[in-house]
Design a protein. Structure first.
Length: 200
């Protein structure tokens, strides 16, 4: 059996929607269990007093990266059928900066705001209302910014292709960065918690 299963017609559109809903509920459940439905927990990341978001997200990145590589190497995953989105460098850098700014100000990202809303948090509901308003404004403005949206097209490029280095080297560097981050995180958290306590 070879993945991706949908691309090999092992199930159809209807079943894929069921799978997507189950994955979505599972993702939301584990976000809530990790405390990521709370703006306090999420914004603690930016004060460097609780790096749980960094740890969880980097763990997910490394797990997915190694999983994709080794499943492909063992012949269980056809990498040529794995979807890669096109890179539009400047629009995506700007979009990332806007998302980060909204994350700092609002205390949520789009996914965690849905988790917060599902658990009845009022601040998440306000953030969600702002999110819907932003989607509406973007839709209305789209004809005017469409040209910019598709500017600086780099195609479907990966880090090994961008830097011209082997896939394995990129994996090694990312794993080492993650391990260094995990090792340093407790000391960073302790230092900035103590600084915050002194200021109070």
């Amino acid at each position: 059996m070879m993945a991706p299963f949908f691309k090999y017609d092992l199930f159809g559109d209807e079943f894929s929607l069921i799978v997507a809903v189950l994955i979505g509920f599972g993702f939301g459940f584990f976000l809530e269990r990790a405390g990521f439905g709370s703006a306090r927990k999420l914004t603690a990341q930016f004060y460097l007093i609780d790096l749980a978001v960094f740890k969880v997200m980097f763990t997910a990145i490394v797990t997915a990266m190694l999983g994709v590589f080794y499943l492909s190497w063992m012949g269980f995953l056809d990498l040529s059928l794995v979807y890669l989105s096109t890179t539009y460098l400047v629009p995506q850098l700007l979009g990332g900066a806007l998302l980060g700014f909204g994350f700092v100000v609002g205390g949520y990202c789009p996914g965690t705001s849905v988790v917060g809303m599902a658990t009845g948090r009022v601040d998440a509901l306000v953030y969600g209302a702002g999110l819907m308003a932003g989607i509406f404004v973007f839709g209305e403005a789209y004809p005017f910014i469409e040209g910019f949206m598709y500017s600086t097209d780099m195609g479907t490029i990966t880090l090994p292709q961008l830097f011209g280095v082997p896939y394995g080297l990129v994996m090694l560097v990312i794993v080492l960065i993650a391990l260094l981050g995990f090792w340093a995180a407790p000391s960073i958290e302790r230092y900035f918690r103590n600084k915050l306590t002194e200021e109070v």
